[in-house]
Design a protein around this ligand. Structure first.
Ligand SMILES: Nc1ncnc2c1ncn2[C@@H]1O[C@H](COP(=O)(O)OP(=O)(O)OP(=O)(O)O)[C@@H](O)[C@H]1O
Ligand SMILES: O=P(O)(O)OC[C@H]1O[C@H](OP(=O)(O)OP(=O)(O)O)[C@H](O)[C@@H]1O
Ligand SMILES: [Mg+2]
Length: 286
């Protein structure tokens, strides 16, 4: 029987779209109907399980799933035997403590003796003991931001992204406990055949991630600017340089990192680059 790598992803919620996109952009083709809880890829030895994200670390520890995609917040909270394989650059958020907007905050000591509502009791417990704070933890599984408003707790610890939910519940963020993004987790000891499949998948994921972080750039420049421009955008090995019909000019093709893109464009223009075209890359294999 063919060995399949079992990957657990969130069935519905904030991680679902990013997880599906990542697997599909990595070339896996599978169906994901609304009621479907399990599916096998048509063109890759992978089975996908659609689960509640909170349950994924336990499934991975129990080897019911070999690999999972969860937020780092869930990985840290659940304290299961999982290894973090790779950060995935989506579902970025932070886990923060917030208090009613009207209240004064004089640093972490202000939490002494308070009651904190959260879905992350273990993370909050560690945070409080690191700061020698004695506070009560009231565990609830959702709608945490409502807790101070209904007299359930003095403060909360929950995920924040735009801050919109805090704002609309009259709360203000006072401490960032951790930053989080989606990650791939795996059982500590994968069978060699499964490890091989995972390595193959990780190679594809890397190509997808690199492509997202880079752009293909084409520009025209005077020949005497080629060296300076090459030092700014050296490309994967070196830029491609093609002479233009106009004497003394060349077309230079390279890749540029998305993160410092605009600074580099300013530098290139300063060196005399013109007619700059920037296009997305679909996959990037170094
Ligand atoms: N506002 C946000 N912005 C970015 N990422 C977020 C945000 N909220 C949550 N996340 C990330 O997405 C993960 C899933 O969030 P979601 O709200 O869908 O979970 P859930 O309600 O617990 O879902 P489930 O029903 O699967 O248990 C979180 O653990 C976190 O890592
Ligand atoms: O800072 P913001 O951009 O407002 O995002 C933060 C909110 O997003 C998440 O909930 P989600 O919307 O996923 O709903 P849920 O409570 O049903 O999980 C999280 O639990 C916060 O409540
Ligand atoms: Mg959940």
């Amino acid at each position: 029987m063919e060995t399949l790598l079992r990957i657990a992803i969130q069935k519905s919620g904030r991680l679902q779209e990013g997880s599906l996109d990542l697997l599909k952009e990595s070339g896996l083709s599978f169906s994901n109907g609304k009621e479907q809880l399990k599916t096998q890829a048509r063109n890759f030895p992978v089975e996908v399980l659609f689960l509640r994200d909170d349950d994924i670390p336990q499934y991975v520890e129990d080897k019911v799933a070999d690999v999972g995609i969860v937020g780092e917040n869930i990985l840290l909270e659940k304290q299961k035997k999982n290894q973090l394989i790779r950060r995935l650059d989506f579902a970025k958020c932070r886990l923060s403590i917030a208090i009613p907007r009207a209240e004064n905050y004089g640093g972490v000591q202000s939490l002494q003796g308070k009651n904190i509502a959260t879905s992350y009791p273990n993370i909050v417990k560690n945070f409080l003991s690191k700061h020698n704070i004695n506070a009560g933890i009231h565990e609830i599984s959702g709608s945490v931001e409502i807790a101070p408003g209904i007299g359930l707790a003095d403060a909360i610890c929950d995920l924040v992204s735009t801050g919109g939910t805090l704002l609309s519940n009259g709360l203000k963020e006072v401490e960032v406990v951790m930053q989080s993004e989606a990650v791939i987790i795996a059982t500590p000891q994968l069978a060699p055949e499964k490890q091989q499949i995972l390595d193959k998948l990780l190679f594809r994921i890397e190509a997808v991630q690199k492509a997202k972080n880079n752009k293909y750039i084409l520009l025209n420049c005077p020949n005497d600017a080629i060296d300076k421009i090459t030092s700014v955008i050296p490309g994967m090995k070196s830029p491609t340089i093609i002479p233009l019909a106009r004497p003394g000019w060349s077309s230079l093709h390279s890749v540029v990192d998305e993160n410092d893109f605009w600074e580099k464009i300013d530098q290139l223009r300063g060196f005399g680059a013109e007619g700059i075209l920037v296009v997305p890359i679909e996959k990037m294999i170094v």
